[in-house]
Design a binder for this molecule. Structure first.
Ligand SMILES: NC(=O)c1ccc[n+]([C@@H]2O[C@H](COP(=O)([O-])OP(=O)(O)OC[C@H]3O[C@@H](n4cnc5c(N)ncnc54)[C@H](O)[C@@H]3O)[C@@H](O)[C@H]2O)c1
Length: 250
């Protein structure tokens, strides 16, 4: 498995669920991965099985100084940079007429502003390499919306807009920028949205009614898209928002 042989990847938000599955797939394809997350307790154990192919780095993506320090440390360890994956996310749901402004800001800080910080500090290294791939995590919520999710949906929509703009700005430097839009992926991350909708039973009914494949996806069904977009197989693919949703957005 060598689709990513020799690639040096910084993967932010990579220790659980979708991120953990993606890091496993990226390492399996021959890349070295700097894995970053805010969870300093679970972080080192999450990469322990990968030996020299992965190392954990702590980061709080809401702080520019933390992201800048992460990029510097990761590039130092990797010896350069070929790809950046921004998978950290934060979801809160609630009625719009009582949604706290500071929670709105936090949703934007983790999902949107953080990705600006990551790109800002990683791009000089990708420019130096002469090419690169950036994969930012959005959501089907960024295209569709959903009850109780005005903050999250609009933040994820901003991620798509940011990706389109960055793709055109960075194409002359050989840097591709693509965005992932998964639908319902079965992880604990969705608990706030599930509770708002009415619990697990209500979500199961909704998924059966709106997803042609009739089920939620799994992290292992998102991970290969990260591999594809980091690899040379996608060398003419940029500025895309790839939907991974069992057919519900059709
Ligand atoms: N699960 C889904 O249905 C779904 C659907 C579409 C998009 N997504 C997106 O996929 C990504 C991963 O979701 P997941 O379901 O694997 O959930 P997850 O909770 O396992 O992943 C989110 C990660 O972000 C990290 N994080 C949060 N705040 C951070 C901060 N300030 N600094 C650094 N790291 C921080 C968390 O520690 C966690 O590891 C998220 O961006 C989410 O919005 C998920």
């Amino acid at each position: 498995m060598t689709r990513l042989a020799g690639k040096r990847i910084l993967f932010i938000g990579g220790i659980t669920n979708i991120g953990a599955a993606a890091v496993q797939a990226i390492v399996r394809e021959g890349a070295r991965v700097a894995v970053a997350d805010i969870d300093e307790v679970a972080g080192p154990a999450s990469v322990a099985a990968y030996g020299d192919a992965a190392r954990f780095f702590p980061v709080d993506v809401t702080r520019e100084d933390s992201v800048a320090a992460l990029v510097a440390a990761a590039v130092d360890w990797l010896g350069g940079l070929d790809g950046l994956c921004q998978n950290a996310g934060f979801l809160r749901a609630g009625p719009v007429d009582s949604f706290p402004a500071d929670l709105w800001d936090q949703v934007y800080a983790v999902n949107v502003r953080a990705q600006f910080f990551g790109v800002k500090h990683a791009v000089p290294h990708l420019k130096r390499a002469g090419k690169g791939s950036i994969v930012n995590m959005s959501s089907l919520a960024g295209k569709h919306g959903g009850p109780g999710r005005a903050a999250y949906s609009s933040a994820k929509a901003a991620v798509i807009g940011m990706g389109n703009s960055l793709a055109s700005e960075l194409a002359p430097f050989g840097i591709r920028v693509n965005t992932l839009c998964p639908g319902w992926i079965d992880t604990p991350f969705n608990r706030p949205a599930i509770d708002f909708i009415g619990g697990d039973g209500a979500v199961d009914d909704m998924v059966r009614a709106t997803v042609p494949m009739g089920r939620q996806g799994t992290p292992d069904e998102v991970a290969p898209i990260y591999v594809y977009l980091l690899s040379e197989e996608s060398s003419y693919v940029t500025s895309q928002a790839l939907i991974i949703d069992g057919g519900s957005y059709s």
